[in-house]
Ligand binder design. Structure first.
Ligand code: FAD
Length: 416
């Protein structure tokens, strides 16, 4: 069943009774050629592109909960390609191009909105750093505009331009950056993967990885053993735990990241605004809620909920940047478990076990990476070679020292 404006209109008149299930609910088969562990954005996109780009069949995605119940449905929905380092730059640039065609590709309204992102800066040194970043973005073929203080004021007049702790000197505008409806992205990939014959198996937790003679042979799950020729581990915040089932210790720490949403308001914030000095970023959802977040909670954890000191820290930063936000009532907050690497960049690589592949280390920012990550993971699993845009996302960079330290904050998991 395809979506079209006409169908939406017709179903509106018929009480929406004509919509069918968006994907099947199959029983797991005893064996697949490829098993993807994790039904988040990256797992679903990997399965979809394995089928779509490489013509492969007999694929299953095993999800311990429900599709989209992890970080893919918990993030603050920001999509951007404003990276600086070669290695990251071309990958996120590729991802943004895929986003720009994603609704047509998936025949699904993921509400991708290129409303622009403004990263604020507060000192001459930061201006230089952002100018360099903007130049790198333009060299990569993406877009960037350096705004002075008045340029920022023209876009976001409601910020407090008088605050003296971190006075606003200007901002880097990334016009093609923006937001997308996060769970629609999971649903869109799920629906299309299912169409191509991928079995999406929910409530199926992987509890063990079978290895014989250094080669993966399948997985143990809460719904029985499943044999597989290749296994992709795409479980974001649970990467350390699942990789340990194969005897691996990953350079990944799991931390909680919280987000918040206010009651619905009339349109007031047109772009995404980020305030790095205060660890705060904000946009307005299409329903009107102000969606915002900040820094990690202050300790490693597998609890998908946050603590109050981090919440207070975020609120304080919001009040400093835009005092008007104090009038809005916060409706909800939630947390997700993010997979932090020491250099802040991801891993898409073969594991040191034949037939086992890793996709993890998405830190704060894996939502925008979903299409390109799936594309690159599918390429790696199908061909055995890294995709050209993801060649530097190697696991061994943490032993060779070829890090991709985008933030320049050094090797510490919670500093990215
Ligand atoms: C609050 C918050 C805000 C964020 N904001 C942004 C943002 O604005 N922009 C951005 O680009 N990124 C953002 N991110 C990061 C982004 O959401 C993640 O990097 C990305 O979603 C992770 O990949 P995923 O979608 O595959 O993860 P998930 O959706 O977490 O998928 C992993 C799946 O694996 C499943 N799983 C785990 N263990 C097992 C097992 N043993 N067996 C079977 N299944 C298993 C889980 O249930 C889960 O569904 C944010 C994250 C959070 C938490």
């Amino acid at each position: 069943m395809g979506f079209s404006g006409f169908r939406v209109f017709r179903e509106g008149l018929r009480g929406n009774r004509g919509w069918a299930r968006q994907w099947r609910d199959p029983e797991p088969k005893p064996a697949y050629d490829i098993v993807i562990v994790g039904g988040g954005g990256h797992g679903l996109a990997s399965a979809y592109y394995l089928a779509r780009n490489h013509g492969l069949g007999n694929i299953a995605v095993l999800e311990k909960g429900y599709l989209g119940g992890g970080n893919v449905g918990r993030n603050t929905t920001i999509v951007r390609a404003n990276y600086f380092l070669p290695g990251n730059s071309e990958f996120y640039s590729h991802s943004l191009k895929l986003w720009e065609g994603l609704e047509r590709e998936l025949n699904y309204n993921v509400m991708h909105s290129q409303r622009g992102i403004i990263n604020l800066f507060h000192s001459d040194g930061q201006r230089d750093a952002f100018a360099r970043r903007g130049n790198a973005m333009i060299n990569q073929g993406d877009d960037a505009v350096l705004l002075d203080r008045e340029g920022v004021r023209a876009h976001v007049p409601y910020l407090d331009f008088e605050q003296t702790r971190f006075p606003i000197h200007g901002g880097l505008l990334h016009p093609r950056g923006g937001t997308a409806r996060h769970d629609a992205v999971a649903w869109g990939f799920a629906r299309r993967a299912d169409r191509r014959g991928v079995d999406l198996i929910q409530n199926c937790e992987v509890t063990g990885i079978d290895i014989v003679g250094g080669r993966v042979t399948g997985v143990q799950t809460t719904r029985g053993a499943i044999r597989a020729g290749k296994v992709g581990v795409v479980v974001a915040g649970r990467s350390g735990q699942v990789a340990a089932m194969a005897g691996l210790r990953l350079p990944v720490e799991s931390h909680v990241l919280q987000a918040f949403v206010t009651e619905g308001l009339k349109p007031v914030i047109n772009q995404v605004v980020t305030y790095g000095m205060g660890h705060f970023y904000i946009s307005q959802s299409d329903k009107g809620g102000l969606v915002f977040g900040g820094d990690l909670d202050f300790h490693a954890s597998y609890a998908a909920r946050g603590n109050l000191p981090a919440a207070e820290h975020v609120m304080e930063a919001g009040m400093t940047l835009m005092p008007m936000i104090g009038k809005a009532r916060v409706l909800r907050s939630w947390g997700g478990i993010v997979d932090m690497t020491p250099d802040g960049s991801p891993i898409i690589d073969k594991a040191p076990v034949e037939g086992l592949f890793l996709n993890c280390g998405w830190n704060y920012g894996g939502f925008k990476a979903v299409p390109a990550s799936g594309w690159a993971m599918a390429h790696l699993m199908a061909t055995g070679q890294p995709h050209a845009t993801a060649e530097r996302f190697r696991l061994d960079r943490f032993t060779t020292g070829h890090l991709l330290d985008e933030e320049g904050t050094g090797s510490q998991h919670n500093l990215h």
